[in-house]
Design a binder for this molecule. Sequence first.
Ligand SMILES: Nc1ncnc2c1ncn2[C@@H]1O[C@H](COP(=O)(O)OP(=O)(O)OP(=O)(O)O)[C@@H](O)[C@H]1O
Length: 586
Amino acid sequence: MNFEPHLERLRLISPVRRQVAAAVFFMGLGVLIQLVFPKGVAYFIDHVQELRLETISAPVIGLGLLWLLVQAAASTLRYYYFELAGHLIINRIRRRLFDVLINQPVSFFDRHHVGEITSRLSGDVQSLHQSLTMGGANALQSLFMFGGGVAMLLYISPLLSVMLLVFVPASLYFGKVSGASHRDYAKAVQACMADSSRVAQEHFAHVRLVHAFNQQGGASASYGEACRRLLELSMAGTRRQSAFRAGLSVLDFGALLCALGLGAYLIGKRALSVGDLMAFVIYSNIVTQAAGALSESWNMWMRSMGATDRIFEIMRTHRPPPAPRPQAPLTGRLGFEDVVFSYPERPGVRALDGVGFGIAAGEKVALVGASGAGKSTIAALVLGHYQPDGGRLLFDGLPAAGLDLAAIRRGIAVVEQEPSLFSGSIADNIAFAVPERKVPLDEVMAAARLAHAHEFIQGFPQGYDTVVGEHGVQLSGGQKQRVAIARALLRDPAILILDEATSALDAASEQLVQGALDRLMAGRTTVIIAHRFSTIAKADRILVLEQGRLVQQGSHEQLVRQLDGAYFRLVKDQMFAPRPETPLPA
Ligand SMILES: Nc1ncnc2c1ncn2[C@@H]1O[C@H](COP(=O)(O)OP(=O)(O)OP(=O)(O)O)[C@@H](O)[C@H]1O
């Protein structure tokens, strides 16, 4: 048997050793008190004739009250410390799992849906919580009760004990056998839960589209199907669990009947008192129940092992980021040398096929090409989201592979096609550009002024504190763009990656955004994934891509003269908006 996965989970307890030790101490105390009780009952039954009210003196009553108090305190403190340890552990795992997830390479998010990932963070972690806290507490308590109960049984009657001990291994074995199947079942349930979360998350995220296409019914059907699979699996698990409980109950009552039969025989032989038989029955019940609870705890542990396998798989993939290496800030010189790249999810298709070019510091280069030609892939490689399969990238003439990725990224800013804003204040969204320090508001404002965003932000009643994004004020396309430009300006990058918005803004907004972009691009190396002719015309150089290959480069005037070239075809097919002001050669 491989113990490592079990140990891996138990190691999570180590930072909360003190709380766990306190919980175990109070649990031990509680168990001790419970184990004394049957023997006290035996004494009472065997001496019931001799007991008089006068003999129940104040110290006896005091002792009884103390017993009650200690019992209550032990049980309360046991619960408190186990829960406390559980919350601390789970809080730690949740944060660690998030750290591991957020640091995964971008390709990880190509393979896993956001809904699935959030389900792992909530559902799987919750399952681990239950098994480590209440599951762990019950298992430990059962173990103590089992050990103490067996000792008391042997003390009262070794002969009866031997008979009873036949049943105990049977229920333990029974638990072990059913535990193995529980693990696989729990894994399947958790996968199903992640799947239903994915379906729900996807439809909520695109709720406008769902309504626009009257797809509410379709959404309900998809979610219903995911829930049906989950229900089927859960029902199968419940059937298994019921069969397991029935088996345990047969063993429990079998043991009780045998103990009564043999006990009566021993009383007849004067080898056992009535009180001791009574105590024996109670202890035997404690022992068989503890054995059953141990089996059940094992099942629960195995279910949690299955449910949390994915968490640990993900955690194992975590590689701490390499120690930062001293590196001079980028000046903006960028190069691709014969770069070959396929997305990990599509290993057979080359998204870039032998692409090579150099960009001087401060140069503005437009990437053009039909949809799927590889423009965004070039940007993704510059940002270090993926590593090339062949060839290399150069920053300031140095191979990227030998440089510190975080330092490279510090020198780059990106303005996305559809700028993403987090649900926070506008100031927070702009300051997002500089994670290394707390950015003062006047710096945020200065960036917003340059980006022509200050005026509209000041127009909101809460100004820079206005909450935007998920649950806040929704900004127009042009406003979002200007916030994103302010964010990039604040970063003050050497290299700017600009994924130009395809949707047209109204003329006034367009002018404001364009003005802000001009300020942003001034003096910086800029790689523009270009869709507008006005942008392309302003670029120092145009790189034309076709099916992952760089097929042409030059200025608009140079390229448009090559009548058999890809660029001419793109212009002719009106791939850019608005139509080129530069007339095509006759
Ligand atoms: N994450 C991904 N996983 C697998 N294949 C991808 C991924 N992203 C893009 N591709 C594929 O790689 C090729 C290049 O895509 P890319 O996004 O670079 O094109 P593009 O020129 O930016 O297109 P567009 O102008 O439509 O955005 C396409 O065939 C595309 O389907």
